[in-house]
Ligand binder design. Structure first.
Ligand code: AMP
Ligand code: ZN
Length: 472
């Protein structure tokens, strides 16, 4: 089995993964801002991190996995201007910010569970660790990295010579672009808020005392402070979506390394975006697709997981219902293939593998260890299920092993509990039954074809009933 290689954004290279401490991995992933529901694009980021974690576990590492919940201080604009997203959500819904945070955190947890994403070791809420954030700002102030303006305490990015390395930023180019508007009082365009003061004229719902006055933390400081608290000054892996590279993660590095004087993170991993026909999926545009929307349309959350498995995490995915339908058909076929093996082996998985079985196992491990290529890994699962030279008990055994990484809940498929039929398909089948009883055979045939197009076969049985199963 090849050693695990991961693409490190910092070096722009695939590197062999070697953790600081043998056998143990310390990993921090930037979590949701809980001012609204997560859209299916956001969930792609957590899916990619789940795959990363499962691959680490497959490689027999223990993983200390920390995810934050941003419930304060994330401003609408990345330039430290505008409203706090949480306060904005509160006004929109006429609830307190605390209620908003609780409601959307719960909704997020439900999405995570539905997508079969493993729970992290620690969920940490920004508002529970204000003291640690204030301490870090204090540390930066003592070391001379900060300055104050009328609206907050800022990090002076020119004091950190390595600033922008992760994103390959041309800071001098940015400096020349100073004419682009940014706060008059900021010394450099790239400087960012560590602590923002509450406005004098109104009381914020979330605000805390600090050595610099009443206010709230800047968005980036929570990740520096909480990752340090749970994982130490230097840890192995930090991840998030690609949008975090130029600002959020760049600023995290500046804060953490200036405060501790040590390397912050050894491997940076970033997941690409899910896009729609019309471009980037975004909450500010108002309309967005949730996992629940897909479920209401009759898709299972695992259909969406299978859809995500079809593309490597460093490539963009274009979402469309046609593409999702194609993935669902593929997944249904995979389940049928698995069921065949299950029936033939009486549901008993092989204890030992043949030479051929071992070869497949090795192929699978090599795919996922090559920078998390689960798309190729899924293709190996297909090969296994189709290979009639393998005995069915071996197919089962390999499918269960691979599913530890793929997370498609293959162990929950069994012949007695046949595949769940989406409500949309059942409705079409009922309409067809009605058309037949009205002797409207043309409509009945059209409905049969429509059901077939959606990936299901309908078979009439004696007495006017029918059976539906995924198209084989
Ligand atoms: P937010 O809740 O807005 O802070 O975003 C949560 C996560 O979703 C972050 O890691 C983002 O990088 C990621 N993200 C946002 N939009 C998309 C998208 N369209 N596709 C994939 N990931 C996204
Ligand atoms: Zn973060």
């Amino acid at each position: 089995m090849n050693k695990l290689q991961l693409f490190n954004t910092f070096t722009r290279k695939k590197e062999e993964f070697i953790p600081l401490e043998e056998g143990n991995v310390k990993m921090y992933c930037c979590g949701p801002t809980v001012y609204n529901f997560a859209h299916i694009g956001n969930l792609r980021a957590y899916f990619f991190e789940d795959i990363l974690k499962r691959v680490l576990l497959f490689n027999a590492y223990k993983v200390n996995h920390v995810v934050n919940i941003t419930d304060v201080g994330h401003l609408v604009s990345d330039d430290d201007e505008g409203e706090d997203k949480m306060e904005k959500g509160s006004i929109r819904e006429g609830k307190t910010v605390w209620e908003i945070a609780e409601f959307y955190t719960e909704a997020f947890m439900e999405d995570i569970k539905n997508l079969n994403i493993l729970q992290p070791s620690v969920w940490c809420k920004a508002t529970d660790y204000i003291k640690e954030q204030v301490e870090m700002v204090n540390c930066l102030e003592k070391k001379g990295f900060t300055y104050s303006t009328t609206d907050g305490v800022y990090f002076d990015t020119m004091k950190f010579p390595e600033y922008g390395k992760l994103a390959l930023l041309d800071i001098h180019g940015l400096e020349e672009g100073k004419r682009i508007a940014f706060s008059e009082e900021k010394k450099n365009k790239t400087d960012f808020a560590l602590w923002k003061f509450s406005p004098k004229e109104k009381q914020r719902q979330m605000e805390w005392e600090s050595p610099w006055g009443k206010g709230f933390p800047g968005w980036h400081i929570e990740c520096s402070a909480m990752s340090r608290k749970f994982l130490g000054d230097t840890f192995d892996i930090h991840c998030g979506g690609v949008d975090h590279i130029p600002i959020h993660h760049t600023n995290e590095i500046a804060q953490s390394e200036s405060c501790t004087g040590k390397q912050f993170v050894r491997y940076w991993l970033h997941g690409e975006f899910l896009i729609e026909e019309k471009g980037k999926m975004s909450k500010s545009a108002g309309e967005f697709l949730r996992l629940k929307t897909l479920m209401d349309k009759g898709y299972s959350p695992l259909d969406y997981r299978y859809f995500l498995l079809m593309t490597h995490y460093r490539k963009k995915i274009k979402f469309s219902f046609d593409n999702l339908d194609a993935a669902r058909n593929g997944f249904n076929n995979l389940k049928s293939k698995f069921e065949e093996a299950y029936k033939l082996s009486d549901g008993i998985a092989a204890q030992d593998l043949s030479a051929k079985g071992k070869e497949y196992e090795e192929n699978f491990a090599n795919c996922i260890n090559d920078d998390l290529n689960v798309t190729e890994g899924t293709a190996v699962l297909w090969e296994v299920l189709k290979d009639d030279s393998l005995n069915p008990a071996e197919k089962l055994s390999l499918a269960y092993k691979f599913d530890f990484v793929l997370g498609l809940k293959i162990n929950e498929i069994n012949v007695s509990a046949s595949v769940e039929i989406p409500p949309e398909i059942s409705e079409l089948a009922e309409k067809r039954k009605e058309a037949k009883s009205n002797k409207d055979f043309k409509s009945a045939d059209e409905l049969r074809n429509l059901i077939l197009e959606k990936g299901y076969e309908i078979k009439d049985i004696k007495g006017g009933g029918y059976e539906i199963k995924p198209k084989s």
